[in-house]
Design a protein around this ligand. Structure first.
Ligand code: ATP
Ligand code: XMP
Ligand code: GLN
Ligand code: MG
Length: 542
């Protein structure tokens, strides 16, 4: 079935789920699929990543997705995530009880286990002590397919206050820990399982293996979801959708849009026009770099749209982060529209939107609702778009997109480039954005990146940049008092950008960055280093 190109306009009532990637939102793409019901867990996306590592397509959905919709999606397995609520608390999220009657295997993790155990007559109670961190799991039923290949004892990671107490005879305990007699359970009659610990986090030694057991041994998924096949599906889907119309592609020079452009070029050749928007929020030398690199890799029509004054004008006086993002989203669309006037028959707009952008923007009707930040290309889109959207990467995580880029023959240095958000320096220039602040930030950011490259760390650090803080402090320079701005250096290690650890940059590198920034960037007298991980922080500061 062809991929419907549907506008992902929030609140439009249309289902922007998997526009091209899964060929159809209704589960007839031929791929085995697992659904992760997100009960507000910090790690729901990690569960999805672990499942995808088994080459099984996995989708995150809201906790109360109606059973009829679940049936339409035709999953081979359901995973109920953890969550902050207590199952007895008022308003605690509950699944549609019908999902337990589908005959589809279910795995509940932490809250997910508590919620399913309660639905099936067990008692859930606050444990004697809340338990956070590592503990030892002892396997009681080694022949159980869920636990196949696990050693009799291993380390698992717990994060809970409640636990399942009375197993009600319907469930059997498969494994225990010192404080938890039902650390892994199985229903005696139906394919329903529960884990009190978190298999998705790396601190659980054999967690990935355990999830693989669930997906393959219990759900019977075949592991056929591969990047190469996806590219073929995408290309066919795009051709079918586009017909003989033209597609304009927002090309930023970043990884995602370059991959989209390469894919579209393979699909529709010279029906593709790319638009690069110089929004005045770019890094040093970036506009020129995109122009030259584009000529090397893409042979299609490139339009450069100088929208610097529009963006900066619209942002003047605005300091609220969400409002800044919304304004930027709107300005992007205005810029695309202005530029598209000179491109006849431009009906489609292609963007490099990724799965985390969609999830974090709370923009998917089947997905969880929490808005963490409105990514400019999703939650920031205006109601009246004027184009049909094509977003072939809408279901992918960043490392999957990189793999696709390599498969499509893009050069390594492009594929491994640090991501740079569409709102650009605006979300790194805290508070109101002005031309003067941007030029300070641009100069400091260039030094950070130069020093990383000089130290041979650019590739290992997955994203690094400078942030201009709205904080002035006293300094002394050339025997005189200064009262100037602060630059914060941010560097993180991550694969999927959903969780990230702060990167332990060597002190000498930090020292060189600080000295150069303070000596050469006017208006800055202090440099600090951000040592927060995600969660609880995010990678960007706004
Ligand atoms: N300056 C720009 N000009 C045109 N389109 C842009 C620009 N910045 C962002 N976009 C559009 O918004 C999408 C999302 O931006 P995002 O920064 O997430 O992706 P990217 O720039 O392609 O890749 P990366 O994440 O590596 O920076 C892009 O794929 C692109 O379609
Ligand atoms: O195109 C984008 N538009 C946005 O609005 C946006 N916000 C964050 N990012 C990038 O997404 C990754 C995760 O960022 P956060 O931890 O800050 O949410 C990081 O790589 C961020 O740089 C964005 N990219
Ligand atoms: N991590 C979780 O899922 C916690 C579940 C529940 N809130 C508890 O404290 O037990
Ligand atoms: Mg970018």
């Amino acid at each position: 079935m062809p991929a419907p190109a549907v506008p992902a306009v929030p609140g439009s009532g249309l289902d922007p789920l998997a526009p091209a990637l899964t060929a159809s939102a209704d589960g007839d793409s031929g791929e085995d699929r697992v659904l992760v019901f997100d009960f507000g867990s910090q790690t729901a996306q990690l569960i999805a990543r672990r499942v995808r590592e088994q080459n099984v397509f996995c989708q995150i959905v809201r906790p109360d997705l109606p059973v009829d919709r679940v049936r339409e999606l035709n999953p081979k397995g359901l995973i109920l995530s953890g969550g902050p609520a207590s199952v007895y608390a008022e308003g605690a999220p509950q699944p549609d009880p019908g999902i337990f009657d589908l005959g589809v295997p279910v795995l509940g993790i932490c809250y997910g286990m508590q919620v399913l155990a309660r639905a099936m007559g067990c008692e859930v109670k606050p444990g004697a002590d809340r338990e956070f961190g590592r503990t030892t799991l002892t396997v009681a039923e080694p022949s159980e397919p869920l636990l196949a290949g696990l050693p009799s004892e291993s380390t698992v990671w717990m994060s809970h206050g409640d636990q399942v107490e009375g197993l009600s005879g319907a469930f059997a305990s498969l494994a225990t820990t010192g404080t938890c007699p039902a650390a892994a359970v199985k229903h005696r009659e139906c394919p329903v399982y529960g884990l009190q610990f978190h298999p998705e986090v790396t601190h659980t030694e054999h967690g990935g293996h355990l999830l693989a057991n669930f997906v393959t041994n219990i759900c019977g998924c075949r592991g056929t979801w591969e990047i190469g096949r996806l590219i073929d599906q995408e290309i066919a889907g795009v051709r079918e959708t586009v017909g003989d119309a033209r597609v304009i592609c927002g090309l930023s020079g970043g990884v995602d849009s370059s991959v989209v452009a390469a894919l579209l070029y393979q699909a529709i050749g010279d029906q593709l026009s790319c638009i690069f928007v110089d929004n005045g929020l770019l890094r040093q030398g970036e506009a020129e770099q995109v122009r030259t690199e584009f000529g090397d890799h893409f042979k299609t029509d490139l339009h450069v749209c100088d929208a610097r004054s529009q963006f900066l004008g619209a942002l003047a006086g605005v300091s609220d982060p969400q409002q800044k993002r919304k304004i930027i989203g709107r300005e992007f669309i205005d810029a695309f529209k202005r530029e598209a006037v000179s491109i006849p028959n431009a009906r489609f707009l292609a963007q490099g939107t990724l799965y985390p952008d969609v999830i974090e923007s709370g923009a998917n009707p089947d997905g969880p609702a929490a808005t963490i930040k409105s990514h400019h290309n999703v939650g920031g889109l205006p109601e009246e778009l004027g184009f049909e959207l094509i977003e072939p990467l809408r279901n992918l995580f960043k490392d999957e997109v990189r793999a696709m880029g390599l498969e499509l023959g893009l050069p390594e240095d492009l594929v491994w480039r640090h991501p740079f958000p569409g709102p650009g320096l605006a979300v790194r220039c805290l508070g109101e954005v002005t031309a003067e602040k941007l030029s300070t930030l641009r100069a400091a950011d260039a030094i950070v990146i130069e020093e990383l490259r000089a130290a041979g760390l650019y590739r290992d650090v997955r994203q690094a940049f400078a942030v201009l803080l709205p904080v002035q402090s006293v300094g002394v320079m050339g025997d005189g008092r200064t009262y100037e701005d602060t630059i914060c250096v941010r560097a993180v290690k991550t694969d999927d950008y959903m969780t990230a650890d702060w990167y332990p940059l060597p002190h000498e590198v930090l020292g060189r960055i600080a000295t150069r920034v303070i000596n050469s960037v006017r208006g800055v007298n202090r440099v600090v280093y951000d040592v927060s991980s995600k969660p609880p922080a995010t990678i960007e500061w706004e």
